[in-house]
Design a protein around this ligand. Sequence first.
Ligand code: NAP
Length: 257
Amino acid sequence: MTAPCRILILGGTGEASELARALTVRFGAAVQVTSSQAGRTREPRAPAGALRIGGFGGAVGLAAYLTGQDIDLVIDATHPFASAISANARAACNSTGCRRLILARPPWQQRPGDDWHHAANATAAAALVAQMGPRVFMTVGRKDLSAFSGLSAHWFLVRLIDRPVQTLPLPRHQILIGRGPFTLATERALLRHHEIDVLVTKASGGSATEAKLLAAREANLPVIMLQRPLSETGEQVDCLAAALTWVSHAFELQAPL
Ligand code: NAP
């Protein structure tokens, strides 16, 4: 019997959890899957296989982990805005010779009726919000909020996965705790209930958080869309099925009988 293919999934996304499950179901004992999460959420969803939590200590730390754990393949299934860990994965795989695949969900596509305003970064997004109605629905996470701190004429509904420990750097706001997937009905009701004038989001892509865009389109609301950072170079797929096919070809794995 040959040794199992040891796979490290860099995660923190719904796709990463689905991938861990799909690899285990599809290839059984032919793979050994470990998922890695940064540890940002207080109650992470446990994926199939092993789970490790916390940073590696940069590219050098990740390279040491890959060597120490005899990892054959890194699948970078992190969020499209998590650029530091993806850069570390590229560097660590280059230095160790470990194979690497990027699983990156496609960005959302603008459709007729959408009123999207693209912003290169949070500062540019704040400048756009300043010209819009006063009630803002923020779905960009915690890290980028300080760019909006000068907008004292605005009120912010801030949706986060976990209740923040520190006060948010926004003058007037309400926190809404919630984790996707969200439905069109709930997003529609939320926009109406809070009388939202403008939605601010990252160009994250994926179905779990897309309903807010449909609700904004229905309500003719403008959307400020933070553009993605450039993705890392390397072999890339955009869906789970393609990732499974890639792994099966790269390591000559068959589904168990
Ligand atoms: P980041 O800026 O790319 O990473 C910052 C540091 O966090 C990395 O250098 C690494 O620390 C550690 N890290 C990040 N992801 C890790 C992982 N999967 N496993 C182990 N360590 C990890 O990432 P971020 O934007 O803060 O996002 C953190 C995590 O949340 C990511 O895993 C991402 O998939 C998920 N997430 C991010 C967003 C977003 O909008 N950014 C949204 C949803 C989910 P060391 O250098 O010490 O290794």
